[in-house]
Design a protein around this ligand. Structure first.
Ligand code: FAD
Ligand code: SF4
Length: 520
């Protein structure tokens, strides 16, 4: 019987195992654009545009290779907006013998497809996603050996298994194993500098890609079908083909990676990209293979163009964090989507969708997010992310925002980063402490505080910095638990030094802020 081969919007590579399983004589590939994928969270226009444009470019490549393909456009079938419903209609018309696809990156989609096929009595085959360097089975095996999951141990295992940045010529340890290049696994301590007081200086800009005719048509379709969605389309810069993604990679390795390491946590106004890679959307769409990205960085180091700290810091993100996060997602779902360790229930402030707030740090991070669909890691973790935990916002609302606004957002990578890392919503199942810091941290890592209505060292009164006040309020509330964890004991000590009156002033100020987050 014929196979229907479903290619999802983040599976755009020719070695896709489902495409490999396609027999052009009998089978059909199917790609579906669905408004429902942009409305289940209020997806930003840049995010939807990246996905749809990359899908249409990939479809053109498939057609050029004479692959039989059926393609449903965003504006088709307005009465059937959902992806699963659209798939159901195709199944009813085509009556395939079975459905074949590479495992999706979204638990909700996987479940939806399973349910649909069960209802249609249609066999379905999920093929392992070979884009990733650690299969889900291998991750589960690795995780079974640990009481607590820690990225660092996973990363070391991956370095050894894949022979990345290992000292081939050096001495072996007592077990006969290779040692890490430079004698150290991790150079993170060298990678935490702010920019100088005078600013970041001249930064070689990232490769950007002006919208072509296909992307322009995507914009028009988005304006027609999803006109009231957030975000802007006037600053579109993203790679939407493999060719462009390779160009972006080469440009990053050559011109930006050498400066990536030391200031990767730094933030500055009107500096949305700093020295970052801007490769996450290309990787997540599978336009780039993680192995080739890692090889390029490693080769640049061996050629003497990139120091070890920068090369290692970058490679750790991809070989370590990215693969670890994916493993954690499939291990912890579906529970992770509901996790709410602190029982937080406040509403997401409206300014997350507009950037209109008096807090300069949030204004900068949210502003560039709506403009480009991009913010870098520390902006996501320590600005918009930690505000979610300090302001006691319901984790699901924060997660929905992250999934909606970033061009690289797919559930498998967004959810563990947001719920697990930024919000500690699962009580720290794979991180050792909640990531919280006062406005002083933001002041140290950026120039945001200089242009702000608030002052980072003020905890109460009209100039009190909400990040600082809510941080001290968090310490006050959770003092006992923080004191028991060696990683947070210092935080507990610092609140312990405050007398009763100082604490009360913080609590009063925090209550005032929490009662009207929209006004901050
Ligand atoms: P660089 O900083 O230059 O890093 C290089 C690459 O490493 C990235 O392209 C990315 O592929 C990978 N990487 C780095 N950190 C992580 C991480 N923690 N998890 C997975 N991959 C990582 N990343 C996404 O791809 N999609 C998301 O939806 C997403 N949501 C996030 C939400 C929060 C709250 C936080 C704290 C982080 C999130 N991240 C997400 C991780 C990280 O912030 C982005 O991958 C990174 O900012 C992308 O920009 P870049 O390509 O310039 O990255
Ligand atoms: Fe952000 Fe506080 Fe600094 Fe203002 S003073 S930019 S709110 S950290």
């Amino acid at each position: 019987a014929s196979q229907l081969v479903l290619i999802l919007g983040d599976q755009l590579w020719h070695a896709n195992p489902a495409l490999r399983a396609l027999n052009p004589a009998t089978d059909t590939a199917l790609m579906i654009e669905a408004p429902g994928e942009s409305t289940h969270v209020w997806s930003s226009k840049p995010r939807t545009a990246v996905f749809l444009s990359a899908m249409r470019h990939f479809a053109a490549e498939l057609r050029a290779a004479a692959t039989p393909l059926i393609y449903t456009m965003l504006a088709d079938w307005p009465e059937t907006p959902g992806l699963i419903d659209r798939l159901g209609r195709h199944i009813d018309t085509l009556k395939p013998g079975r459905l074949v696809l590479t495992e999706p990156g979204d638990f909700r989609l996987r479940t939806g497809i399973e349910q649909l096929c069960r209802a249609r009595k249609l066999p379905v085959v999920f093929l392992a996603d070979t884009h990733f360097m650690c299969s889900l089975a291998d991750f589960a095996d690795w995780a079974a050996g640990y009481k607590q999951l820690r990225m660092e141990f996973f990363y070391r295992m991956m370095r050894k298994r894949h022979g990345v940045l290992m000292d081939e010529a050096g001495e072996r340890d007592s077990k006969g194993e290779l040692q890490p290049l430079g004698g150290q696994w991790n150079y993170d301590a060298e990678n935490r500098e702010g920019f100088p007081k005078t600013g970041p200086g001249a930064i070689t800009p990232p490769a950007t890609f002006a919208p072509d005719a296909i992307t322009q048509q995507v914009f028009a379709d988005i304006e027609r079908v999803l006109p009231d969605h957030p975000g802007e389309l006037g600053h579109f810069i993203w790679p939407v083909t493999r060719e462009q993604a390779l160009e972006a990679l080469a440009q990053f390795i050559e011109h930006r990676l050498p400066r990536f390491g030391p200031t990767q946590d730094a933030m500055w106004t009107d500096t949305p990209f700093a020295w970052h890679a801007l490769l996450s959307s290309s990787l997540n769409l599978h336009l780039l293979d993680p192995r080739e990205v890692i090889e390029a960085a490693e080769a640049a180091h061996h050629a003497g163009r990139v120091d070890l700290a920068s090369a290692e810091g970058f490679i750790r993100q991809i070989l370590g964090w990215r693969e670890f996060i994916r493993g954690v997602y499939w291990l912890k779902m579906p529970g992770l989507a509901q996790a709410n360790h602190y029982g937080h229930s406040r509403k997401l402030p409206a300014w997350y969708w507009t950037g209109k707030t008096n807090m300069a740090c949030m204004r900068a991070a949210v502003g560039q997010t709506l403009k480009y669909g991009y913010a870098h890691h520390i902006q996501r973790l320590m600005v918009t992310g930690q505000f979610g935990i300090l302001a006691e916002i319901e984790p699901q609302q924060v997660c929905d925002w992250y999934l909606a606004v970033y061009v690289d957002a797919i559930d498998w990578v967004e959810l563990p980063n947001t719920a697990g890392m930024a919000l500690y919503a699962d009580g720290g199942s794979f991180v050792s402490k909640p990531y919280v810091a006062s406005g002083q941290y933001i002041k140290r890592m950026s120039n945001y505080c200089e242009g702000c209505a608030y002052k980072p060292d003020v905890k109460a009164g009209p100039r009190a910095c909400p990040v600082s006040t809510l941080y001290w309020h968090f310490l006050h509330k959770h003092e006992a638990v923080l004191a028991r964890n060696p990683r947070t004991a210092l935080m507990a000590k610092s609140i312990g030094r405050l007398d009763k009156d100082a604490r009360q002033a913080i609590v009063d100020e925090a209550q005032r802020m929490l009662s009207d987050l929209d006004a901050l």
